[in-house]
Design a protein around this ligand. Structure first.
Ligand SMILES: CC(C)(COP(=O)(O)OP(=O)(O)OC[C@H]1O[C@@H](n2cnc3c(N)ncnc32)[C@H](O)[C@@H]1OP(=O)(O)O)[C@@H](O)C(=O)NCCC(=O)NCCS
Length: 329
């Protein structure tokens, strides 16, 4: 089928009330420093969910904004796809809780677990739904409350992640706007480099799991870093090739916001100067599936994306999963 099929008609985002700065980790007894975190990652602060703040509440708020932006009401939603690996409950999917909160009674709702690539995968699934002709309007969200699945005693991971949600409305393309090219990959051989080892069906939660903290996120940082740089570069190439464009044709690049050094390496590979790269990892940390849609919403609201802008997206995450898209707005 010929692209573009699907376009982004609205965006929104939400984060918890509380911002946690790098300096605050010391008071929590974690041996780290603002300097170490900023130099290695570019992160200055991240938002952390507090009492009463859940994945459902953040995603619902972001979704309401995106729906208002697109002029879409809940009854028009045909599907809700939520990219997340930190659902409010293991069963049912958080997407159905969001459906209920929004009153989107006609929609089919499900979660999609692709870690930091979650929104990018979800957008491509939505495009596929639209291509069937049976769906018109899809709410595509990336949302995470990673603060509840990181080990707050593990400095290798707890300084990196943040909570938040970014929502987008995907509708049928008009005037040649929308997804020009898209790419997805995964490699399960590398699953153990970034994972939650226990607490699932294979090793059910018990006192031993709780005591050793093996239900929390564990990561081999250096290995992940290497793969992220390689995969995001490859993904950028694929999407550019698919759209028959080069880096110089791109008005803005929105990469997954994990680490400023990964972002810089990806941009350099794609021949895109940093002035054309959207960066907010300094304020949000790595919000996994939420990172790209939060950045997309900020970029639009700041006027960095206007009608006709050509935007390159690239993501990488646990799995490993990775992918990319070129979108004309
Ligand atoms: C995690 C990461 C920032 C570490 O940076 P790095 O340059 O690889 O760090 P190094 O391996 O040189 O240094 C690690 C050392 O710093 C220490 N360290 C780890 N976290 C620390 C922290 N928050 N504060 C201070 N020191 C820390 C380690 O204990 C280790 O010490 P050791 O050498 O005595 O064992 C980097 O590997 C990274 O960004 N990886 C990718 C992570 C990511 O983006 N994951 C999500 C992908 S979607």
């Amino acid at each position: 089928m010929k692209r573009p099929i699907a376009m982004f008609a609205g965006t929104g985002h939400a984060v918890p009330r509380r911002a946690l700065t790098n300096d605050e980790f010391a008071a929590m007894g974690i041996e780290t420093s603002d300097e170490w975190i900023r130099e290695r990652t570019g992160i200055r602060q991240r938002y952390i969910a507090g009492d009463g703040e859940t994945l459902t509440s953040l995603v619902t708020e972001a979704s309401r904004q995106a729906m208002a932006d697109a002029g879409v009401h809940a009854g028009e939603l045909d599907a809700i796809i939520l990219g997340t690996v930190s659902p409010d409950r293991l069963m049912p999917a958080t997407a159905v809780e969001v459906q209920a909160a929004l009153g989107a009674s006609r929609a089919v709702a499900f979660d999609l677990g692709a870690a930091c690539s979650g929104w990018l995968y979800s957008a491509q699934v939505a495009e596929g739904l639209l291509a069937t002709g049976q769906y018109e309007t899809v709410l595509v969200i990336g949302g995470e409350v990673l603060s509840r699945i990181v080990n707050w005693k593990d400095r290798n991971t707890c300084v990196l992640f943040g909570d938040g949600a970014g929502a987008t409305i995907v509708r049928r393309s008009t005037k040649g706007r929308g997804i020009l090219s898209a790419y997805m990959r995964s490699d399960g051989n590398l699953a153990d480099l970034l994972h939650r080892p226990k607490g699932g069906g294979c090793f059910p939660m018990n006192d031993a799991v709780l005591a050793e903290g093996s239900h929390y996120i564990q990561m081999s940082g250096r290995e992940v870093f290497k793969h992220a740089v390689r995969s995001m570069a490859d993904a950028s190439d694929r999407a550019l090739d698919g759209a028959k464009l080069s880096g110089t044709d791109i008005d803005l690049m929105i990469p997954h916001q994990a680490n400023i050094r990964i972002i810089e390496a990806t941009a350099k590979h794609a021949n895109i100067p940093m002035e054309k790269v959207f960066v907010n990892v300094d304020r949000f940390g790595n919000t996994s599936a939420a990172s790209i849609p939060i950045a997309l919403d900020e970029a639009r609201r700041q006027g960095r994306i206007v009608d006709g802008s050509t935007v390159l997206f690239a993501a990488f995450g646990a799995g490993f999963t990775w992918g990319s898209m070129v979108v004309r707005f």
